[in-house]
Design a protein around this ligand. Sequence first.
Ligand SMILES: Cc1cc2nc3c(=O)[nH]c(=O)nc-3n(C[C@H](O)[C@H](O)[C@H](O)COP(=O)(O)OP(=O)(O)OC[C@H]3O[C@@H](n4cnc5c(N)ncnc54)[C@H](O)[C@@H]3O)c2cc1C
Ligand code: SF4
Length: 641
Amino acid sequence: MSGPGSRRWDVIVVGAGFAGSLVAKQLADHGWRILVLEAGHGAPDPAQAHLDALAAHRTASAKVPNSPYRTSEAAPSPDVTDLAGLAEGGFRADGYFVQRGPLPYASGYLRANGGTGLAWTGLAPRMHPEDFRAGDFGHGRNWPIGYGDLEPYYRAAEREIGVAGDAEEQREAVGLPFPDGYRFPMHAIPRSYLDQVMATALDGRCVRDPDEAAPTRLRVVTTPHARNGRPDPGYDGGAGYRPAPAPGQRGGGELCQGHASCVPICPAQAKYTPLKTQARWGPSVTLVTRAVVTRVRIGGNGQATGVEYRSYREDGTAHTSHTVDADLVVLAAHAIENAKLLLASGAANSSDQVGRNLMDHPVLLTWGLMPQQIGAYRGPGSTSGLEGFRFGAARARRAPFRVEIGNWGWTWALGPPDGRVAELLRGGGPDGRGLFGPELRRTLGDRIGREIAFQFEMEQDADPANRVTIDPRHRDALGNPRPVLHYDLSDYVKRGIAAARSVSDQLFALLGAEDHTRFEPGPAWPGYFEYQGRGYAYRAAGHGAGTHIMGDSPAGSVVDQWQRCWDHPNLYAVGCGSMPTVATSNPSLTMAALALRSTEAIHRDLLARHRSAPAQGAPAQGVAAQGVAVADPALQGAETP
Ligand SMILES: Cc1cc2nc3c(=O)[nH]c(=O)nc-3n(C[C@H](O)[C@H](O)[C@H](O)COP(=O)(O)OP(=O)(O)OC[C@H]3O[C@@H](n4cnc5c(N)ncnc54)[C@H](O)[C@@H]3O)c2cc1C
Ligand code: SF4
């Protein structure tokens, strides 16, 4: 193992994804010397890397979230194509995860510089105040902090990642408390035509949720987005807001233009990605890519002393090992990889909770054909939703859920429209004959423009039996353990899914839509299950959480309210892995707010250790002025981006 060289860092951040990029920026703004170790590939020229990713996306046969990005066997990524359902029920898993069932953990993530936030959808709602108190409803846990503790950091996160939304509408329709006069940095992304059709048909109408005594009144509500809308000149007391450019862009950031390919890549770079935060890193950040951290080193006094990592060649072979020291270590490698690292290090697990409580948002999809054209396949994946099933008394009986109104037709349920072309060619005519030429074009145009889908995102309760473990028999190309997952859905979640299906039936009836939803065991539905005599299947939202769960005592949790490991005061684990509940909102804005809050604690810890703050923006010794690494003998063998 090669030595760490002479440098000792203030902080090592493991992972240059969503959380790691934010933590590094905030700490560098205080002048701390930060080493960011990133397992995936980077690129010296981010503008060219974006063009390369676009080209890869265009030619990819399966346009799945990871397809535009360069991945490596040395730091494998789980992909949605790893799973397939079996005709006799059950599923097969061929990828990076070792799946131990009974049901599949069906989400992926991306190990490349920028992380999963390159491929994410970019929806950025806040959690509801009630989400912090799920335990009061008899399911899941209470958070050690409340909405009020996080509120200022929500605002900071909305500024940092650039959120477009309508605060007044969120206050009225979702019940979110904002400080008086608060406005999002950018006006809400305009409703799609489809949203307008939905609002006309559904606003003010009621549906019966089988687990709620009173009928639920519907309202179509715009969703806050981390993509550039029109800046609000009234933001920040009239100071306004300027969307940040993507790396390689000149001037301000581009506005969302409705290309509708946000997952996996936004051609205009209007969607937030962590590379935008990286572009604003101060000079005291050094990023080393192709550096897979394998272990956190813990000293005899229980303090983290640094990490071990393996760097690999451009072609993924011939790794070399390194150690590097720091005053403080922050794990920001994704919920599942953080847990894996802690387990591999024998760290932070006096509670036996590391890797447990794995949560996600299981998604029930329902799909149908509207009686009229609704302009499907335009704009971001979802611009509006139905929020009234996220809170309230029914939560004591079934999992609460958010409903996303999908702009991308049946893509998530059945694949892109070319599948429908094949179907019509095979036998789409009324007499079962295939359709060709003008008749095919007419039928296709008619049907595709009427496709509607609802996405019901269920809160999953924290169950210690749902977990990530490691097993020396299952290793990747570098010899690192692969995550072994045990995953299932509780009765609470299944009951929520059944309630969502009932709500969907009523929505289709109100819309006069033909319901085409059909689940059956087979390759397309690895998440097929039966509940109370009816067949269901779920997709997964990519929202892994809970694996280093936060709590108010070391007995039952891994990290405290600052995401500091109870067992090691200078080791932090940040990201959705800390969340005690995955709640009903897409989690990354909350994760970002938590990360920003944690940087204050980290800054305080470092000050206590050093007794005085470093000069603002002071570059680390020997580090180039652009916040990226220069040759350091200690880091040789790893690529600098
Ligand atoms: C298709 C999809 C759509 C999504 N859409 C949304 C959405 O609309 N809204 C929302 O809120 N959330 C969404 N999410 C979830 C969101 O992407 C994640 O919550 C978020 O990216 C997690 O951030 P993170 O920093 O914890 O992990 P990541 O973003 O995955 O970053 C982790 C980083 O650590 C690196 N790393 C991993 N292991 C190591 C190691 N051993 N050593 C060094 N580096 C390592 C990785 O390469 C990566 O760069 C979506 C996810 C998916 C998959
Ligand atoms: S809709 Fe188009 S422009 Fe807007 S964020 Fe998505 S891909 Fe980018």
